[in-house]
Structures are given as C-alpha cells and as structure tokens.
Design a protein around this ligand. Structure first.
Ligand code: ZN
Length: 362
C-alpha cells in the first residue's frame, strides 16, 4: 500500500520540515515490520516540453500531452520502492514573471503545462526536486504554480528555502526523507555546507532512509569530471559537489544523487553509501541539447539496507530522442560512461559497474 505521508508544501502552507506525525516514525522496533532492503530509483533533469517562447507555441510540446514520453522507463521507475528526479522548469499557465534576458543565445526558460504532472505520476515518480536554476524562470508566479500543481496532485517535492525544504514519503512501510539543494535564488543552497547538513539532520529523526538530491556543478561536455574543488559556471557558484555529498553522508544521509551538468558524472561508494555525482539529462526532449553524451539518460536504481548502506543496484541506460524522451539503449552507453568516469575520478572506490550497469562492491 503506497501512501504519501507529507507532500512538501503541506495543505495549509504551514512551511517546511513537516515530518510525519503518526506512529510509523516513532515506534520502529515493536510495531513496524520493515523489509530488509528497499530500492531507490533516481533520474536527472525532467523538462517534458515548454510553451515558451510563445512565437513558436506548440512546437516544443510532445504528442498527446506527453502521455508516452515515459513509456520505455515506466517499468524501471515504478518498479522501485521509491523514485525521484529533478524537475527542470515550472508548471505554469499564463505569462508569469519572466527571468530578465541577459544573453539571447543562452536565454532558455521553461514553462511546462501543469497537466503534464500526470505523466510523472503515471511514470511512477514519488518525488521531484525543484531546487534548481529553472524553478526561477517565471518568478514567484512560476514557483507558486509549480508547488500548487505538485501539491494538488500529491506528488512530493522539495527544494525551496524556508518554504519547502524536505519531503517525506512512506512506501512499503518505510519512511523516505528527501531534500534537494541547488544553486540560484530561493533554493536551499548547494554552496552552503551548513545548510546541507541542517536539512539532512532535520530528516534523520523522522525518516528510515534519508536521501539528498543536489543540483550542482558546471555544465556540458567539458565538465564530465568531478573536479574535486568548487565550481563556477556562467558566473554562478555551482558548489563543491564532492564536499556536498560527503558532508551530507557524514551528517546522516544514506544515498546522494546529483544532477545539473546535463551530462553524467562518476559514482562512488563513500563509507558504504552510494553517491552519483550527476545523472545528466533524463527527459528533456525539447530546447535542450540531447546529442552525443548529453543524450545519455540513465535511471540509477540502488538497493540499500535499513541502515541505508549499499547492497547493490543497476544503472539502466536510455538514450533521448527529440520529441520522444528516453528510449531503451541496448548498448548501455550511459552505464559505460558512468563506469569510465568513476574509474578515472574515484579509482580507490570499491564500487563496481558491470557492462550492463549492474552495481556491486569490489
Ligand atoms: Zn539546471
């Protein structure tokens, strides 16, 4: 029986860190039967289509309101105990308050029709993170409409500072706590390690499994490596993603998923907890580059025990096609790319990635 305990944002806008209040979170030993392990699926950027710019309205929207863009991935996503991804844009009708244009060549802002939220539910998502640069594309009207759309649908979400910082979802009797940090105004800040620690610690007492999702790192094919230092991109601070991930685990997080570079990056095992530094693009069939490695669209599925420690998993590889979203990739290109980068960037990590993406420990 699946139940969302608390979709972040709450029914009465009561703020952030709304933890589950029933007995499931407090009586762990005598009343609850927890499974020995759970599986967690996560994906990178999701931007299903945009109604902006208006001059070409309609040309950047998928057929049938996107009902089929998750067809190839539905089985993997819905098969996990808990599934999440990064929502890279606003759910909004109407003009909103557009981000000012500074450079026409890089002015990409995304406005998804609110009804597309149903595609996420039908794909099997339990959560989307909204701490990223594009949540601000249409100002406060965009942020408010996105949160309302998610709240009305019952899809848990988190990411906005002081407003919607963490979310809790119960699946199979297990309470998952999840936060997302990112760069840009209004987000819980990926550049502030104290803030990262604070949101993780806030979840630790209320959740069985604590997940941190982060949006950080420079973008594009020149930035596939984890640089082991703070990154800046287009004049913005994009975090020291290795420090963020390690600080989160040291503060009590069990699993860490990154995204933001639009390409995949390495994975590592740190103190028996798994970190994916970037899951790249996932479902961005319009207005985003999806050629070459930017088309790699993995679903990371990890199995953890009730201490949040890595047991196993698999990187399922998909490739994006314009207008279609992620499609099955029999060549396993995304998994092989993550393996190659992991061997280069974290050579002493005990994580093993097989040809087909199967994850194990050395
Ligand atoms: Zn982004």
């Amino acid at each position: 029986m699946a139940m969302a305990l608390t979709a972040c944002g709450g029914s009465a806008e009561r703020g952030y860190d709304s933890a589950p209040t029933d007995s499931t979170a407090t009586d762990t030993t005598t009343r609850r039967q927890l499974p020995p392990t759970v599986t967690i699926a996560f994906t990178g950027d999701i931007m299903m289509g945009t109604t902006f710019p208006d001059s070409i309205h309609g040309t950047h929207l998928p057929a049938d309101d996107g009902k089929h863009i998750f067809d190839d991935v539905r089985e993997v996503i819905s098969g996990a105990t808990f599934a999440g991804g990064n929502l890279e844009g606003s759910f909004l009708e109407g003009p909103g308050k557009r981000r000012p244009m500074t450079n026409p060549r890089t002015y990409f802002i995304f406005r998804m029709p609110p009804k597309y939220v149903n595609n996420l539910l039908e794909a099997g998502y339990d959560f989307v993170g909204i701490a990223n640069n594009h949540i601000n594309d249409f100002g406060e009207p965009g942020r408010a409409s996105t949160m309302k759309t998610l709240r009305d649908t019952g899809l848990a979400h988190a990411g906005l500072k002081g407003r919607c910082e963490t979310a809790y979802v119960e699946r199979d009797g297990v309470v998952f706590g999840i936060a997302q940090v990112g760069h840009g105004d209004n987000n819980v800040d990926v550049n502030d390690l104290d803030e990262v620690r604070r949101v993780v610690k806030n979840m630790r007492d209320s959740a069985d499994i604590v997940i941190l999702s982060f949006h950080g790192g420079a973008e594009g094919g020149a930035h596939t490596h984890v640089p082991h230092k703070a990154e800046t991109y287009v004049g913005e601070q994009r975090g020291n993603v290795e420090q963020v991930a390690h600080a989160a685990i040291d503060a009590g997080a069990d699993v860490v998923f990154g995204h933001g570079p639009h390409v995949v990056r390495a994975a590592e095992l740190y103190k028996d907890h798994i970190i994916f530094y970037s899951l790249g693009n996932f479902c961005t069939p319009y207005r985003m580059g999806i050629g070459g490695i930017t088309g790699h669209a993995p679903v990371a599925v990890v199995e953890v025990d009730m201490n949040g420690k890595f047991v196993g998993g698999k990187i399922h590889s998909f490739l994006q096609a314009r207008g279609k979203g992620p499609l099955k990739d029999p060549t396993n290109a995304a998994a092989r790319q993550i393996r190659s980068l992991s061997l280069q960037d974290f050579p002493s990590s005990p994580l093993l990635i097989a040809d087909d993406g199967t994850l194990s420990r050395r």
